[in-house]
Design a protein around this ligand. Sequence first.
Ligand SMILES: Cc1cc2nc3c(=O)[nH]c(=O)nc-3n(C[C@H](O)[C@H](O)[C@H](O)COP(=O)(O)OP(=O)(O)OC[C@H]3O[C@@H](n4cnc5c(N)ncnc54)[C@H](O)[C@@H]3O)c2cc1C
Length: 338
Amino acid sequence: MKPFAYTAATSLDQAQEILSEEWGSRLYAGGTDLLTLTKRGTVSPDHLVDIKGLADFRYLRHLTGGGLAIGALTTLAELEANRTVHRRFPALARSIAVTGTPQLRNRATVGGNLCQQPRCWYYRGDFPCLLHGDEVCGAAKGENAYHALFGYESADGNRCVAVHPSDPAVALSALEAEVVVAVPGEAPVNWEATPIDDLFQQPTKDFPGTTILNPGDVVVEIRVPEQPKGSRQVYLKAMDRAAWAFALVSVAAVATLDGNRLADLRLALGGVAYKPWRARHAEEIARGHVVSPELVDEIVELAAEGAMPLGANEYKVPLLKGLVRQALRAVTDESRGI
Ligand SMILES: Cc1cc2nc3c(=O)[nH]c(=O)nc-3n(C[C@H](O)[C@H](O)[C@H](O)COP(=O)(O)OP(=O)(O)OC[C@H]3O[C@@H](n4cnc5c(N)ncnc54)[C@H](O)[C@@H]3O)c2cc1C
């Protein structure tokens, strides 16, 4: 491994100054992703800036008007153990419970979880990859069993086809969470909240990054709004083994019922795109309609609308449909619980 400098930051300003001024410096939180990448040589930082000790960004707070603010350095284990998260945001609690292992969740931060790098073997190996600065995404026409169904225009290799690996991001998308990003030199009063889906970007040859963050930008808070009264939530994850695996496909659903009518439905899909993929057309069609087998069939079909399997990942389409059907059953059928 290449030698690197290490700074345990004592303030956010100090961390941001180094990160924005020193090319080759990298922000380090729990380190569960960054260290693995560094050891393999996938990334070779000159300077690691450790923000884990910044206790000001490790909290859970109730927001005025409901909702929850989560400091980005809160560990996944702390979120998992929190009663408010369990009671009011069960989809989020479940998405965390199926993330990695207890050891990992003890160390990993929620900010790091959102900003982790793709689990693509072209990226993590020594193969053609836009994130390495290569001309082409090797997975587009290669080994793509775990790759995207949505979000790229053609499999010509000009766009990255890796999927975002985070489970919590998918639940947070269905909960319509926002992320607050601290920009170097900006006072906290000017930090803006961005819808979580807009944090992510699809790497291309010209923009080889997975988030919209510039050097020195730090995710400092995640805001989860209060959900409609009586809404029901679920997070389902399909894996190729029973535990400790990334999602082949996952579904987060949040439904609000008015009698047997769906007043609102939010469906976020994981393991299928470079960001949590909202099934917007399905959500639109569902809104205001009485739950019926025909409506469920329609939502299931619409959730997979526009899917473009790459070759080795066709199995994800029926898997996605089956998971959406199961999620709809869980959020619309009182007797099944969540
Ligand atoms: C064996 C294993 C199994 C796993 N299984 C799952 C799984 O099932 N589901 C899942 O969702 N994840 C899984 N993961 C990924 C894991 O959740 C992430 O590694 C972890 O959440 C990253 O958090 P961290 O604090 O350790 O981040 P780090 O490793 O410190 O950082 C990760 C990246 O995010 C950047 N970063 C960190 N914090 C911030 C911030 N506040 N603002 C801006 N950028 C930031 C860093 O610069 C780095 O690029 C698994 C990981 C392992 C090793």
